[in-house]
Every structure is written in C-alpha cells, then in structure tokens.
Design a protein around this ligand. Structure first.
Ligand code: GLV
Ligand code: MN
Ligand code: MN
Ligand code: MN
Length: 414
C-alpha cells in the first residue's frame, strides 16, 4: 500500500479510561432500559456539555462556544497553523443509546489525554468539537455543523422549534450555551469523526474498522395533509375526508416502493394528527418523510414517486396536501488522502478494516463539503442504533480511538 510517510511511534490510548468516560456521560440522562435521553437544549444536554467542558479544562484545553452553541476545546500546537478538528455530538435521540455521537467526542478527548500523558506536542493545534443538536429538531438534524458551515443561516436555525415546540434560540439561552465565538472564523486544516456504524455490516463481517468512503444522499420532507374533522360514529365511511387514512395510504405505498428499489430507504418517523382524539377523524396530519439512496439521481425518482403517491392518495380520500422538502443532503465523498491515513493506521495497528458507506448523516458530511474530512466506523451490536439497546464493545471503542489518534497525529504534523 502506498504510504505518504512512516507513521511515527504513537502511544496507545487508554481503553479503560475511554470506557469510564463513556459510562460517566451515559449516566446523564440514563434511561431505565439502559439507553440515554440527552436531547439537545434540555437540562441533560447542559449537564453533558458541562461535564465535557470540565474534562477538557482538566486537560488544559481552552473551551470556546460559538453563537450556535458548538463547543470547541483547543489543544495548542507548536505553531498557530490551522487546527485539526475532531469530534461529533453529545446530544442523543429521545430514546437514544450511549454511543451515537458521544463516542466520537470522547474518543477525541481520549486522544488528547493520551498525547498529554505522553508529553507529545503536535505542529498544529488539535480541537475537539461537540456539535449542537445533531439529532434534530422536528424535521432537521446535524444543525450545528450546518450552521457552522453556512449551509443553514444562523437566524433561520435559531427560529426553528425543537421537539417541545421551543424556539432553538430560546432553548440555547435557557441552557446557557449561546456563545460568542464566530462561525468558522478561522481556517481549519481537516476534520475527523469516529462513530459507531449504526448498521450491521462490520459486525456481520467481523471487521473492526470501517474506513468510510461516502455518506449516502438523503432528503427530508414536511408533509401536511388536510382533511375534514368529523364524528367517528355518525360519519359513514364513504363520506369521510380522513387525513390519517391518507397518511397511512401514503406510508404503505412509499414503503412498498422503497422495498422494490435496490438501496432505497424510506422512513416516516414523525406524525402528528389533529385534533388527536380517538372519536374524531383527523382533520389534519403533519408528518415527516425521509428518503435516502447512495445515488443523488435515484433520489430524484424516489421524490417524484412520493409526490405522485401523495397526489393519488389525496384524490382517493378527498383530502389535500402540501409536500415541502426541508433538507437536501447530497452524497458526500470523504477525502481520499485522509481515508488512506485511516486505512494505514488500521493496518499499522493490526486491526481488520474495510471500506464502508455511511447510511446515516453525520456532521462530517457537512464539514466534508468545505474541507478534507474522514470518518472511522466501529461495529455496534446487531447493527442497532437510535435505540436504547445500542451497544458497542470496549475493545472496538479502543481500536477506533487508536486509529483516530494515529490519523489525527499524522494530520496535526502536516
Ligand atoms: C442523522 O442522524 C441522520 O442520518 O438523519
Ligand atoms: Mn450520530
Ligand atoms: Mn443519531
Ligand atoms: Mn446522526
């Protein structure tokens, strides 16, 4: 394999220390089923951020918070060259696990702790980042990195609402994490993000390290269906204009179509019926749709089909609807040279590895549109994520962190 430069002798990370940090963070918002609920902008989010900040300060890092709450913990380099950024997110799904996002932030912390303990200075500074609200408001996710890169305007983001209907700007104020640092106010050299795979591939193949080549394309939609509220008893079936039945028909049709298209994903994860009582037909349904495919062009077809199916089921039910695309995330290709560094690190450390495509969106996808970026995946149990049962092996967490350390160290000495 072609190598730019020999990988220098690098100390090993402390897998137990990393695991202890993951465990301590998981205690904040711990759920009865062993998962985590540390939803962005809640008090648990604040406590998670506070804990991360305190750990960083113990390591002598300078922590700054930008105007959208993204946290950056800086370890100085010998020079003032643009830093290497490494991180992910500490917020979780409402019924989330202990690893999604958290692993990437705490792996960043562990690599800094390892460098500090070994007294290793790097040429460039290293910054650990915790992105705000990766898991999403009602329709959006990965907002911190979107705002940071300018893909989403700050004012627009602050005006969106979270799952409890609060404006994000107010919610950020409430937890004390609306900072003053500017958005992308200095150049950044490159970005690394370590993450659990959130799918079944690595585990099925018995592979330790996934070298992520691409992030699949996805689009997200807000759909509103208008019907007519009516009494559940006296209203004959033939005279109904039922928004809920329209939604159900759309979901069924889209799901069936996605099953037929190789590589397609269609998800309806959010649905709100109005007035939302058992004895009244739904007069209005608000719902999300999320379509994914590795190829952007295939998404065009899936989107057309979604719109056509919506029109058809509305005609059948006597309802009407609007379909609004709220997120467009084209396919992302991670940087070849950084991917090679990840692969070389895995090779040097004797870990099995394979190239893999990310089906999930990540902050790295937003960052990769601006600067070189790479992702490192580790296996997770049964491929399960966005679930309280999400689980990863300590040895895999340690392996991914060692690979991250090697790759970051090489980049920080560019
Ligand atoms: C982000 O988590 C996404 O893939 O939706
Ligand atoms: Mn994540
Ligand atoms: Mn997630
Ligand atoms: Mn995600």
């Amino acid at each position: 394999m072609a190598t730019d430069r020999p990988i220098p002798t690098v100390p090993a990370v402390d897998g137990n220390r990393l695991w202890d940090s993951l465990t301590a963070m998981a205690a904040l918002g711990a759920t009865a089923k062993g998962g985590c609920r540390r939803v962005a902008f809640t008090d648990e989010d604040r406590r998670g951020r506070d804990l991360f900040r305190s750990w960083c300060e113990v390591e002598g890092l300078r922590v700054s918070v930008d105007v959208f709450g993204n946290m950056f913990a800086r370890r100085p380099g010998r020079s003032n060259l643009p830093p290497v950024l490494v991180g992910s997110h500490l917020d979780t799904q409402p019924t989330g696990g202990r690893f999604d996002g958290v692993y990437g932030v705490l792996a960043g912390l562990e690599l800094v702790r390892t460098l500090n303990a070994a007294g290793i200075m790097t040429e460039r500074p290293i910054e650990i980042v915790n992105w705000t609200n990766e898991e999403g408001a009602i329709y959006r996710s990965m907002m911190g990195s979107e705002v940071f890169t300018g893909a989403l305007a700050l004012e627009e983001a602050l005006a969106l609402v979270d799952l409890d209907g609060r404006r994000l700007g107010d919610a950020l104020d409430a937890i004390g994490y609306r900072g003053t640092a500017g958005l992308w106010s200095y150049p950044v050299h490159c970005y690394f993000e370590a993450h659990i795979e959130q799918g079944p591939v690595l585990e099925a193949h018995g592979t330790t390290i996934g070298v992520v080549t691409d992030g699949i394309a996805f689009r997200r939609y807000a759909i509103t269906i208008e019907g007519r509220e009516a009494h559940a008893g006296p209203t004959p079936m033939a005279l109904r204009r039922d928004a809920m039945v329209t939604a159900a028909a759309l979901i069924g049709a889209t799901h069936a179509h996605a099953l037929e298209v190789e590589g397609a994903r269609a998800t309806f994860g959010y649905l709100k019926a109005h007035p939302g009582v058992p004895n009244t037909l739904a007069g209005r349904v608000e719902m999300s749709a999320d379509l994914r495919h590795r190829e952007d062009e295939m998404l065009d077809g899936l989107e057309e089909r979604l719109a056509a199916d919506l029109q058809r089921v509305c005609a059948e039910q006597g309802t009407s609807a609007t379909l609004r695309r709220v997120v467009t995330s084209p396919r992302v290709r991670f940087h070849p040279a950084l991917r090679r560094r990840v692969a070389e690190a895995a090779q040097a450390l004797g870990y099995s590895r394979e190239e893999i495509v990310s089906g999930a969106g990540h902050d790295a996808c937003n960052i990769a549109r601006r600067i070189p970026a790479a992702m490192i995946f580790i296996p997770c149990k049964d491929g399960i994520s966005h679930n309280e049962a999400e689980s990863a092996e300590p040895a895999d967490c340690e392996a991914g962190c060692n690979v991250l350390l090697h790759a970051v160290l090489a980049a920080a000495n560019d």
